[in-house]
Design a protein around this ligand. Structure first.
Ligand SMILES: Cc1cc2nc3c(=O)[nH]c(=O)nc-3n(C[C@H](O)[C@H](O)[C@H](O)COP(=O)(O)OP(=O)(O)OC[C@H]3O[C@@H](n4cnc5c(N)ncnc54)[C@H](O)[C@@H]3O)c2cc1C
Length: 316
């Protein structure tokens, strides 16, 4: 038996979810007593394969085809790899790319597809945990099939970082060009693309407790003093005080920094969905009963207009 995980990359870099897919795949492979194979399609696959040579991975399949993501090439690559590897579980990222090709791959292979998994368990079959209704309801899906395709949500599994020594096999894909009906013509980062908060190690995040647009400067000062990146809850973005690419949450970005400092953020489920994977969560809030304190490792019950300037002093 085999579990096949498909790595994700963008603009020449493997994305964090690739390392999380290895963790998810490794856990499943152990439960299934199966091998874990990882596939990487397009781009600098040799460099990617080196990074994907991780503990618990048995084989990395490299499919060298094109520099950029292409839906139709991915579909053909995964069809061909499926024929060779015959995975019991095909794991894909619930990323923009993954969501683009996973349904087509599952349909083409006649596999059931469960999307946006936040947990996986195997006991005589696969059980997938998902979240619904803006993360207010958790559901479990028992898959009644011998083989299944799943997309996993980023930030739900810890990344596998330890190096391993898998076999690296170059997969010779013959693309049927008549089936390549779409091309990527360019890349544009939403909101100007000044930063990608998903890549930040330390995030200082501001919420509605900041009250006025001009007060954002205060939190910006703290982010600068800490060498951190500024992010926000949705109301700040909806008000136009920060661009959309700074929004953390269900309809924003999923982030997994080492430190997440939530300032004047209540901790609504839609916000928490985007930041609960942070290693250390610190919250500043006047309300001791704010839900953010339920998930915070450290909390300061206090007025941000007193606490933030004091922190700026400390960091300078
Ligand atoms: C479909 C859907 C998708 C959504 N997607 C997202 C998303 O991606 N991201 C997101 O963030 N939200 C999202 N939301 C909105 C979400 O439900 C909340 O409304 C939002 O997260 C609240 O933002 P907040 O915590 O900044 O504001 P509030 O909930 O208003 O909280 C402000 C907090 O600041 C505290 N505070 C006030 N004054 C001070 C002070 N002086 N010092 C310290 N603390 C103070 C208050 O006690 C309070 O806890 C979504 C909602 C829906 C329905």
């Amino acid at each position: 038996m085999t579990v096949l995980a498909v790595a994700d990359h963008r603009r020449g870099e493997l994305r964090d979810v690739s390392y999380e897919l290895v963790t998810a795949g490794r856990e499943l492979a152990e439960a299934l007593d199966a091998e874990l194979h990882v596939a990487v399609v397009s781009g600098d696959v040799e460099a990617f394969a080196e990074h994907l040579s991780l503990d618990g991975v048995d084989t990395v399949h490299t499919v060298a085809h094109g520099e950029e993501f292409n839906h139709d090439v991915y579909v053909q690559a995964l069809e061909a790899l499926d024929a060779e590897v015959d995975p019991t579980v095909l794991l894909m990222p619930n990323s923009v790319n993954g969501l683009d090709y996973a349904p087509a791959v599952a349909s083409s292979l006649g596999l059931p597809l469960v999307s946006d998994a936040v947990a996986l368990a195997w006991d005589d079959g696969l059980t997938v945990t998902r979240e619904m209704y803006a993360s207010k309801v958790e559901t479990t899906v028992d898959v009644d099939a011998d083989r299944v395709a799943v997309t996993i949500r980023g930030g739900e599994w810890g990344p596998t970082e330890d190096h391993g020594s898998p076999a690296v096999e170059a997969f010779d894909l013959t693309v049927d060009e008549s089936r390549v009906r779409s091309r990527v013509t360019g890349f544009e980062e939403v909101g100007g693309g000044d930063v990608d908060i998903a890549d930040a190690d330390v995030l200082v995040s501001v919420g509605r407790g900041i009250e006025e647009e001009e007060n954002i400067e205060l939190v910006e000062e703290l982010a600068d003093a800490m060498g951190a990146t500024l992010s926000a809850s949705r109301p700040i973005v909806d008000n136009g005080w920060l661009p959309k690419n700074r929004q953390v949450g269900q309809s924003g970005k999923v982030v997994t920094p080492d430190v997440y400092l939530a300032i004047g953020i209540s901790g609504a489920v839609q916000h928490v969905a985007g930041m609960k994977g942070a290693e250390t969560i610190i919250a500043i809030n006047t309300d001791p009963n704010a839900p953010i304190f339920d998930i915070a490792d450290y909390g300061i019950v206090g007025d941000l207009f007193d606490v933030v300037p004091a922190l700026v002093e400390q960091f300078r």
